[in-house]
Design a protein around this ligand. Structure first.
Ligand code: NAP
Length: 295
């Protein structure tokens, strides 16, 4: 039987730390403020937003809603981001994506000040992630700028919480998106893992995965990885979230096939996804602390 890497205790530990830091900041007159930038009203975004608001409120953090209509002009969105960048009371920005199709995603992400970019979408944040400019605490902050993408960092937080070693281990990351696969690979590399980054053109994915000590599945393909992809004793981190027709959720890994082989495996739901919001709020507190300290 594999150990199930449940996300809730990881998130709870992060939230306890956030609460402690929030108290220290409040004593210095700093209340961390998170601006949630939503264009339109996608139900996915609203659900994520509700989760953030609940958790932030529990921790004494303030959330500001910056909402524009679905058909908002590109310039209006840029104007909003730039005004949040310059407003000293706002410490962090989260932009809900994907954006409506008429908007230029790259230009809007690039407009976010890396120091406030809590989800690591700006080129400045990504450059620091790739160049190794990662600060020590929780292995997340990017020196002098923004933060790593929250979901990628949530994978690392899970591994650390459950005491699963990274240094010297062979990790296979399946998926090379800028949001998850690539930054996850970089975070692992900075922690001295040996990393193989796979994608849709990888030849014999199953054999590559079987060679690893740990597999991070971020392919966006429901239950892509099954028994043939795994070998005994591996750690399996499943980032995927998919809605089945019967309303239940599935990951990028076929849990029923993988679990009997694995030493450790994340569930879906209740694994990585449960940690992502706590990572986001930890970034907010860190951004507020840095702004308060003037660094
Ligand atoms: P994405 O942008 O669609 O990227 C998918 C990646 O997987 C691509 O690099 C693609 O390769 C690769 N891939 C697709 N099919 C493959 C195959 N058959 N074999 C090997 N590689 C394959 O997805 P994403 O945004 O990174 O998201 C990945 C998953 O994470 C999704 O299931 C998403 O729902 C989930 N997610 C979870 C959270 C959370 O908090 N847990 C947050 C966000 C997203 P190419 O580059 O060659 O196309």
């Amino acid at each position: 039987m594999a150990r199930i890497l449940v996300g809730a205790p990881v998130a709870a530990a992060l939230m306890e730390q956030i609460k402690r830091e929030t108290v220290l900041l409040a004593a210095r007159g700093v209340i961390p403020v998170l601006a949630l930038v939503r264009i339109g009203g996608r139900e996915d975004d609203r659900a994520y937003e509700r989760g953030i608001v609940k958790r932030a409120g529990d921790a004494g953090l303030t959330v500001r809603h910056a909402v524009l209509p679905e058909d908002a002009a590109h310039d209006k969105v840029l104007e909003l981001i730039r005004s949040l960048n310059t407003e000293s009371a706002v410490h962090g920005i989260l932009l809900f994506r994907p954006l409506p199709a008429h908007l230029d995603d790259a230009e809007i992400c690039a407009a976010i000040d890396p120091a406030k970019d809590l989800d690591g979408v700006s080129p400045g944040s990504l450059a620091a992630v790739y160049s190794g400019g990662i600060a020590g605490e929780a292995g997340s902050a990017v020196r002098g700028g923004g933060f790593a993408p929250c979901t990628a960092e949530a994978c690392i937080a899970l591994l650390d919480h459950y005491g699963i070693g990274i240094e010297g281990k062979r990790f296979v990351v399946v998926g090379r998106s800028l949001v998850i696969g690539r930054p996850a690979a970089m975070l692992l590399l900075h922690r001295n893992a040996t990393v193989t980054l796979c994608h849709s053109r990888t030849v014999n994915l199953a054999a590559v995965c079987r060679e690893a000590d740990a597999v991070i599945a971020a392919s966006g393909k429901r239950e892509l990885l099954g028994a043939v992809h795994f070998s005994a004793g591996q750690t399996i981190i499943d980032v995927g979230i998919h809605l089945r027709q019967d309303g239940t959720l599935a990951g990028d890994v076929n849990f029923a096939e993988a679990e009997p082989l694995a030493a450790d495996i994340t569930p879906v739901p209740g694994g990585v996804g449960a940690v992502t919001t706590a990572v986001l709020l930890s970034h907010l507190v860190r951004a507020a602390r840095r702004a308060g300290a003037g660094i």
